[in-house]
Design a protein around this ligand. Structure first.
Ligand SMILES: [Zn+2]
Length: 138
């Protein structure tokens, strides 16, 4: 395998690995998700190919809707799991478990919401030949 080839060919896997949608190499976030004060930090552009990570001002407002979808998914999954696996416990158990899981998953939900937004609406796709001059790209 040549070193010029990206490690990840599939856009779905690159999204899961939180890599740049154009080159699949550059990281979307600068700090680890476990860093509670810096997990939101994104570079302005890809450190590998230079693709802008903020296509327009306010681009990531839409990620709030994606984040809401994740929260509803967590809410439903926890509710159904508690109902069937824990035998429909008291209401406070639902509230505590949902609140705890929502808090713990915040860095991942934030990151994947932004990544989904960028992949779906960022206006760029995978360009394995991004290193070539513009005229020689497919
Ligand atoms: Zn890139």
């Amino acid at each position: 395998m040549s070193t010029d080839q990206p490690l990840i060919e599939s856009s779905s896997l690159a999204l899961l690995a939180l890599r740049c949608p154009r080159c699949h190499e550059g990281r979307l976030f600068t700090d680890p998700a476990s860093s509670l004060t810096r997990f939101t930090n994104m570079p302005a552009q890809c450190p590998v190919c230079g693709q802008s990570f903020e296509p327009e001002p306010g681009f990531y407002f839409g990620a709030m809707y994606v984040s809401f979808g994740f929260a509803v998914g967590i809410f439903l999954a926890v509710g159904i799991a508690l109902y069937f696996l824990a035998g429909d416990p008291d209401t406070w158990v639902y509230v505590v478990v949902v609140a705890a899981l929502t808090l713990v998953s915040t860095p991942l939900v934030f990151r994947y919401s932004r990544a989904l937004m960028l992949y779906l609406f960022g206006g760029t796709g995978y360009q394995p030949d991004w290193r070539l001059p513009r005229a020689r790209r497919r």
